[in-house]
Design a binder for this molecule. Structure first.
Ligand SMILES: Nc1nc2c(ncn2[C@@H]2O[C@H](COP(=O)(O)OP(=O)(O)OP(=O)(O)O)[C@@H](O)[C@H]2O)c(=O)[nH]1
Ligand SMILES: [Mg+2]
Length: 300
């Protein structure tokens, strides 16, 4: 213990010693640095603590790189590809999105999460390709926070252990039986029957012939609980790309999304679609919108 140490320094030191997480340790060290004694006798101590801080920061950076958490910022609609090595996850990502991941037959090809965007029915859906389940870079964190899990398999008996390993009970699950081009019609029919009897939401796909890829896009979009509301500029014929909202949202929420804090300027709106009684019905901001409504805000 240094001579003449500030009481706040001593408190921080105690917190550091009792810290159980990296976060707590970093915070305590920062406090310690702030209240370090400035006299010459404490020079070694200052060096020691700064080094400890630096090392801990580096360790944390290394850990987060390894876990792949860095770089994946979850978008409003997200689906994650999960499966054994070589099942074709990266190939599916390539078929669905604008992404160009590494694809190879030797196994354990993907070593960090890869992101792509699937644009379907004017909605942007984030698709994340994960390293294979048995990989040391496999990250459960992304899986636990996602909306939809796309389970890519080559054999039916892969499904059960994968489903059992998933702790995210809220996420929707879609089974993708890939490489279906390797089977004849009779076998395909049997595979379909088995998956149907188990009541799975599934698609048979081939990234070579593109069989099932369009069907898969629809299933992914349908797995999200949301509504689309199109906004239109006054006088313009064509609506903008839709605003995505949870079901039961009001016009106020639509206005906030596009006007960012200026929704107070909206006096009323003209609405056409499933929630309107007739074309261009004049409604207030409390009006509850429905999927595929078209809205024109009046701000005068
Ligand atoms: N016949 C056939 N081969 C496929 C299909 N999809 C992918 N493949 C092949 O399967 C191998 C593995 O494909 P990847 O997309 O790299 O598989 P992955 O699941 O991402 O593999 P990891 O990154 O190791 O987990 C490659 O040789 C692909 O060409 C398909 O629909 N049919
Ligand atoms: Mg891959």
């Amino acid at each position: 213990m240094p001579i003449n140490a500030h009481p706040d320094y001593l408190n921080a030191e105690k917190r550091f010693q009792n810290a159980s997480t990296d976060d707590e340790k970093i915070k305590a060290l920062e406090e310690m640095i702030k209240y370090l004694p400035s006299h010459k006798g404490a020079e070694n101590l200052r060096k020691n603590i700064r080094n400890r801080y630096k090392r801990l920061k580096q360790d944390i950076a290394k850990k987060s790189k390894k876990s792949g958490k860095k770089g994946v910022k979850k978008e409003q609609m997200q689906a994650v590809l999960l499966g054994l090595t070589n099942s074709g996850k990266s190939s599916i990502l390539k078929s669905l999105t604008n992404s160009n991941p590494k694809i190879a037959s030797y196994g354990f090809t993907t070593s960090e999460p890869i992101i792509g965007t699937l644009t379907y029915q004017e909605c942007n859906i984030q698709i994340v390709d994960l390293p294979p389940i048995a990989s040391e870079n496999f990250d459960k964190g992304i899986l636990n926070n996602t909306d939809t899990i796309l389970i890519v398999i080559e054999k039916i008996d892969e499904i059960k252990p994968i489903l059992e390993s998933i702790t995210n009970k809220d996420a929707k699950k879609i089974i993708i039986f890939n490489k279906i081009d390797l089977f004849n019609e009779e076998t395909k029919r049997k595979i379909s029957e088995t998956l149907k009897s188990k009541k799975y939401n599934f698609t048979l796909t081939s990234t070579i012939t593109n069989e099932g890829i369009e069907d898969l896009k629809g299933k992914i979009l349908n797995s999200f609980d949301f509504i689309r509301v199109y906004t239109k500029h006054q006088g313009k014929k064509k609506p903008n790309i839709p605003v995505i909202l949870p079901p039961g949202s009001s016009l106020k929420e639509v206005a906030e999304k596009i006007l960012h804090g200026f929704s107070k300027k909206v006096k009323y709106a003209k609405i056409t679609g499933p929630s309107s009684k007739f074309k261009n019905q004049k409604v207030g901001l409390k009006h509850i919108v429905k999927d595929k409504d078209i809205v024109e805000f009046a701000t005068e």
